[in-house]
Design a protein around this ligand. Structure first.
Ligand code: ATP
Ligand code: MG
Length: 561
């Protein structure tokens, strides 16, 4: 039974499991696994598979293994395996056992010998091109390889010599003997073991033959006594093969494969191959670039595990196509950060303000709470001085009536400070604004204002002398198209990279309290958005670096309207 405290919504997979438990199938036990291939970093799509597999094992008091599906040593690396472990742990899940398909190479080999002995597998000697040609296609039945009826003794002999390293890559191939005229292409004598003289990141040079995914996957599930093998829909047509191996071989259990739809996110790509291309082409700064939909990129961007799990739960688990708007993900992180983040002041494009009637050596400390609804987050003192800075966007020389921030002849309130009144604007020889001169109204100090003055605009500010220099990085969608990799004919997804996906402000200033911010800590910069102190660059050589996680409101929705 499902844990009654769990808020996880049910879905068709949970219903299947409920039924199996009710019928006593698998002794009413639930064992799942998450089987990534260590050939890249995990992305938001994987988060769906992780939450599903680990979530089910947790709610049904079962187990979930992390199994590296490492059967293709040419593309796999130990650093990817390491990053995958970090990401799963960061999301808050604990695996029961940490395993590798390569842990089973010997068993997979031994079971292959049984297939051969039973007459269910044979060694082929056709070239890759010939195999493709013999296979036929959807409307053309395949034809049998001339080596299909090789004797069992000869098959055993060659297969053992394949393992012993006597042959070159591609010289021989072990194939399951199924049906070359099957309407399901996966059943036309699929490959079981191939020769690859490549070192493996886990087994070194122990093996020069490697099992194929379809064979290795069902067998690994069986060897781990997995009860429900959850995978994405593209494996639906592989299920007959999954079952064929387990039916043919004398195995103690037969896991059930159940497919669900892949998660895709608009304005990005969720394929390790394509993400790797972005990294290799230097279109981004590595796998953990904050614009990447990888879990490590999202972490660096300021996404929390809670927001990602909330998003996955809202997306749900079905068999129907699952391309989700970015705005759903963004509203999940906004909601989470709105609850937990301190509000602080930061200015990306500083503009100097001189308060001509404020004494030069005076410093007033303005008490400001970190969160208006959360007194438990405490408060800090903001230094108020004669020279201040505001954001350039908060002053407009030729402003209309609806502009309530600072403008010639206008007044504005400095949040937690005073009302200031415009006096003059000072420009350099080329006409660029150097500073704005204002006066402050001493009767209007926040919290003690009895002046009765009302102004419509409230803006944020910093003391020019006491603010800290910082670099602020703003991010936007990585792709201008909602589905960059679908439906664009000959164009590549890389043709739709958003050239404005990152904007860096190197002259930004932040309030003094942020000088002590730890890498990874999250804030709301008032009126601007949620930001995180960059995990890599913040405070390297004293430089403060903040990444914008998300804006305060959905600015894209407005543009779309
Ligand atoms: P990619 O195309 O990005 O390489 P993959 O399916 O080849 O994806 P694996 O490492 O084999 O990546 O995936 C591990 C598990 O995560 C598999 O069970 C797979 O079905 C699941 N998975 C991968 N991508 C998604 C996705 N977009 N949505 C849901 N589950 C996914
Ligand atoms: Mg894969």
């Amino acid at each position: 039974m499902t844990d009654s405290n769990s808020a996880t919504p049910s879905n068709f997979i949970r219903q299947i499991i409920d039924n199996d438990i009710a019928n006593g199938k698998n002794d009413s036990k639930v064992r799942t696994r998450f089987p990534p291939e260590p050939n890249g970093y995990l992305h938001i799509g994987h988060a769906k598979a992780i939450c599903l597999n680990f979530g089910i094992s947790k709610d049904y008091q079962g187990t979930c293994n992390l199994r590296f599906d490492d059967t293709n040593p040419a593309k796999e690396e130990a650093r990817y395996a390491q990053a995958i472990k970090e990401d799963v742990t960061w999301l808050g899940f604990k695996w029961n056992e940490l395993l590798h398909t390569s842990d089973y190479f010997q068993q997979l080999y031994d079971y292959a010998l049984i297939l051969i002995e039973q007459g269910d597998a044979y060694v082929d000697a056709l070239s890759a091109d010939q195999i493709r040609e013999y296979r036929g296609h959807l409307t053309k039945v395949g034809k049998n390889s001339p080596h299909r009826d090789r004797s069992i003794e000869e098959n055993l002999d060659i297969f053992k010599r394949m393992k012993a390293g006597e042959f070159a890559d591609g010289e021989y191939l072990l194939r399951a003997k199924i049906d070359m005229s099957s309407p399901n292409m996966n059943m036309r004598d699929p490959a079981v073991f191939r020769i690859r003289h490549i070192e493996h990141h886990n087994t070194g040079n122990d093996w020069c033959i490697y099992p194929m995914y379809d064979y290795a996957h069902c067998m690994s599930d069986m060897l781990e006594s997995i009860t429900h093998s959850l995978c994405t829909l593209e494996f639906e047509d592989h299920r007959p093969l999954y079952d064929w191996f387990l039916d043919k071989l004398p195995v103690p259990s037969h896991p059930q494969q159940i497919e669900f739809s892949r998660l895709s996110l608009e304005h990005t790509v969720t394929s390790k191959r394509k993400l790797k291309q972005l990294v290799d082409d230097d279109a981004v700064d590595g796998w953990d670039d904050p614009r990447m939909p990888t879990l490590s990129g999202m972490r660096r961007r300021g996404y929390t595990p809670e927001s990602i799990k909330d998003f996955i739960s809202r997306v749900g688990v079905t068999k129907s196509s699952n391309t989700v708007e970015m705005s759903l993900l963004e509203s999940c992180i906004r909601e989470d950060l709105g609850q937990r983040c301190a509000r602080v002041m930061a200015i990306t494009n500083p503009l100097k303000i001189i308060l001509t009637n404020y004494p030069e050596d005076r410093v007033e400390m303005m008490n400001a709470p970190f969160h208006p609804q959360k007194p438990e987050l405490g408060s800090r003192e903001l230094p108020f001085t004669r020279e201040l800075i505001i954001d350039q966007s908060d002053f407009m020389e030729e402003a209309n009536k609806k502009y309530f921030r600072l403008k010639p002849g206008g007044s504005v309130r400095l949040r937690y400070g005073y009302i200031i009144d415009f006096e003059s604007v000072i420009k350099d020889d080329s006409g660029n604004i150097v500073e704005i001169r204002c006066t402050y109204d001493p009767e209007t100090k926040s919290g003690q204002d009895k002046s009765g003055r009302k102004v419509k605009g409230v803006i944020h500010w910093l003391s020019a002398e006491q603010a800290k220099p910082a670099e602020v990085r703003l991010f936007d969608r990585l792709f201008t198209e909602a589905t960059p990799d679908v439906g664009h004919g000959d164009q590549s997804f890389t043709d739709f990279i958003n050239p404005h996906s990152r904007e860096i402000f190197t002259n930004a200033m932040v309030e003094p309290s942020l000088f002590d911010a730890k890498p990874g800590s999250l804030f709301q910069f008032e009126r601007q958005g949620y930001f995180v102190a960059d995990a890599k660059d913040h405070k390297q050589s004293e430089k403060l670096v903040f990444n914008r996680t998300v804006t305060l409101r959905d600015t894209w929705a407005k543009i779309a309207k």
